[in-house]
Design a protein around this ligand. Structure first.
Ligand code: PEP
Ligand code: MN
Length: 354
């Protein structure tokens, strides 16, 4: 039976970062079983840690604890694997859901070995995004699984290594999971706010954002006693916080069947279509002047890059953006792109010999 399908009901995956003891696993699962919303219980037993000396997980010792959760609470259990051999061990304990972690997905050799080992097996597989924002690695992992006939797949957005100082542990870069969904619309995209946040105070906002973007579900780290957690202590919720979080979230549907809604949406979208058409026409018009100026500079032996003029453009447009209530960061990025294209066109024109 497929665990991962696109539906209007969000899927919730909850459980500790790591299985630490029978008691901790049992107490967390027991508390979650009293709520109504855990579709899959998660717990890491082989933990990829950046530095040696950190808690590396209990390994196979924890398998009876996970099996107990599965048998007693009738909730399927998922854990992270990093090597093909892990699959055989899990199979013996009836654990049939696995995920590939961000570090593993960053390495095509590991992914290929695991994908080969999954061929002909009954595992459901979740694929986290790679550590760095390289969408091809993420897609490539899913393709390697599909090539090996794995047919129950979900992907997990856990954010990307932050190159700039940030209060979040990993930068969401929402445009990347959105592009992934454009390429694979039938694969459910689950958000992992715990690893994006790194601190439980940001989890609510990130979770709601994921639902606003119509994600298929959430994976959340939940620990019976987060303060004592051996890994990722600050980002884990206790079962009560988890319950409060998910009851407060508003999940959104893909679309409404209401005819008035559809008609009004259609009207508004037509307006956007017209504006986009005009924007492109205007850009084309602007580029024609850019080319004309380029030619004029060439004939007069004047350099393409005019820093003072560029400075004035930025300043005046950002001032206008500010007054109009547009995001200055957005307008700045847009102008930089336009400027880059203008420079490229004029540089080409400079090569003319006639
Ligand atoms: C985890 O889910 O506990 C984990 C290690 O995640 P990631 O691979 O996203 O860092
Ligand atoms: Mn973790």
């Amino acid at each position: 039976m497929k665990i991962f399908k696109i539906s209007d009901e969000p899927i919730y995956i909850a459980g500790p970062c790591s299985a630490e003891s029978r008691e901790q696993v049992y107490q967390t699962a027991l508390a979650l079983s009293k709520g109504s919303k855990t579709n899959v219980f998660r717990a890491g037993i082989w933990k990829p840690r950046s530095r040696p000396g950190s808690f590396q997980g209990r390994g196979a010792e924890a398998l009876p604890w996970l099996k107990e959760v599965q048998d007693e609470f009738h909730v399927p259990v998922a854990t992270e694997i990093a090597e093909p051999e892990h699959l055989d061990i899990l199979d013996k304990y009836g654990i049939r859901i696995v995920w590939l972690g961000a570090r593993t997905v960053s390495n095509p050799f590991s992914v290929q070995k695991i994908a080969d080992a999954l061929k002909g097996s009954k595992f459901s597989v979740m694929v986290k995004n790679p550590v760095y924002p390289d969408i091809e690695l993420w897609c490539g992992t899913v393709e390697r699984l599909i090539d090996n006939q794995v047919d129950d797949i979900a992907v997990i957005h856990r954010g990307f290594f932050p190159f700039e100082k940030s209060e979040l542990r990993n930068t969401p870069m929402w445009e990347i999971p959105i592009e992934f969904r454009r390429r694979f619309p039938d694969i459910p995209m689950i958000c992992d706010p715990s690893h994006i946040a790194g601190n439980k105070k940001y989890i609510n906002d990130i979770s709601q954002r994921a639902f606003d973007l119509n994600f298929a579900g959430l994976m959340l780290e939940v620990h019976s006693n987060p303060k004592m957690a051996l890994s990722d202590s600050r980002q884990q919720l206790n079962p009560e916080e988890f319950e409060n979080l998910i009851t407060g979230l508003k999940s959104r549907k893909e679309l409404s069947d209401d005819t008035d809604f559809k008609n009004h949406l259609e009207d508004l979208r037509e307006k956007i279509d017209v504006i986009d058409f005009q924007l492109l026409e205007l850009l084309n018009h602007r580029m024609k002047y850019v080319d004309e100026i380029g030619e004029y500079k060439r004939q007069n032996n004047v350099a393409v890059l005019q820093l003072r003029r560029w400075g004035r453009i930025l300043e005046s447009r950002l001032d206008q953006a500010h007054k109009a209530g547009l995001s200055e960061e957005f307008i700045k990025q847009m102008l930089e792109l336009i400027h880059k294209e203008s420079i490229a066109r004029q540089t080409e024109i400079m090569k003319r010999k006639y």
